[in-house]
Design a protein around this ligand. Structure first.
Ligand SMILES: [Zn+2]
Length: 245
């Protein structure tokens, strides 16, 4: 596949007290398989190799996430590198619904966590009408995004990122993220098509808890128990007893 990059480079000129050529702002676009990506790094926070990995990871994940879940998902996406943003990465709503904002500080510290792009790209595919309410529970939105990170990720292993094989104490299906993602992977294995059906219902505002039963024949609490029971973390071994004195 051909990669077209149209970079506009701005090199800061020698202002007093500032050494030359330190800022390489980047504002360019790439098109691949019908999807155009606009990439903006106004402060030049990330160097070219990391930029390339972000772009490659985006396409690797998004094209397949989109094809599998919503072929009509946006064909124009923006990635903004924003040093003023203190989180990790996010996709916003309304005019930010197809924009991934990334904290360069996080990626510079955790360059192997490249598949955060895969998680965020899935949020664009999801494109749900709201977030964190009855119709669109936040735990399920994040669970599906981490399910997708596992399924479509470029190199989760490098980051030491994986869906957990065990269920920790106090975790529930509503713990979200990896906990819910691992449950969804199991549930999808048992009931193929489940995640697709959940995603569609969430997008159409039709999600209700009864949907789990409709799709699998079991209620959500029953499914969770079936999943969690054999995976519960064993309690830590009791401290070795001292011999009697
Ligand atoms: Zn997320």
């Amino acid at each position: 596949m051909r990669l077209r990059l149209i970079p506009l480079l701005f090199v800061a000129l020698g202002l007093p007290g500032v050494s030359l050529a330190q800022t390489q702002a980047f504002d360019g676009q790439v098109s691949r398989d019908g999807v155009t990506l606009y990439y903006q790094d106004a402060s030049g926070a990330l160097a070219a190799p990391l930029r390339k990995r972000i772009i490659d990871t985006f396409y690797f994940a998004y094209l397949r996430e989109r094809a599998d879940f919503r072929p009509t998902a946006p064909n124009e996406v923006r990635i903004v590198i924003d040093p003023a943003y203190n989180g990790v990465a996010y996709v916003g709503d309304k005019d930010k619904a197809s924009t991934i904002t990334i904290s360069p500080g996080w990626l510079l510290k955790h360059p192997d966590d490249i598949d955060l792009v895969t998680h965020e790209a899935m949020h664009i595919v999801q494109g749900y009408p709201s977030y964190g309410d009855k119709r669109v529970p936040g735990w399920l939105v994040e669970g599906i995004a981490d399910y997708a990170r596992d399924r479509y990720g470029m190199d989760n292993g490098a980051a030491g990122w994986a869906l957990p094989l065990k269920v920790g104490k106090g975790q529930t299906v509503e713990s979200g993220y990896r906990v819910t993602g691992a449950f969804l992977k199991w549930a999808e294995g048992e009931h193929p098509g489940l995640v697709l059906a959940l995603d569609k219902a969430l997008r159409d505002g039709r999600y209700v808890p009864a949907l789990w039963q409709k799709q699998t024949g079991k209620t959500l609490p029953v499914l969770w128990t079936q999943y969690a029971k054999p995976r519960l973390d064993a309690p830590p071994p009791a401290p070795a007893r001292r011999g009697k004195r």
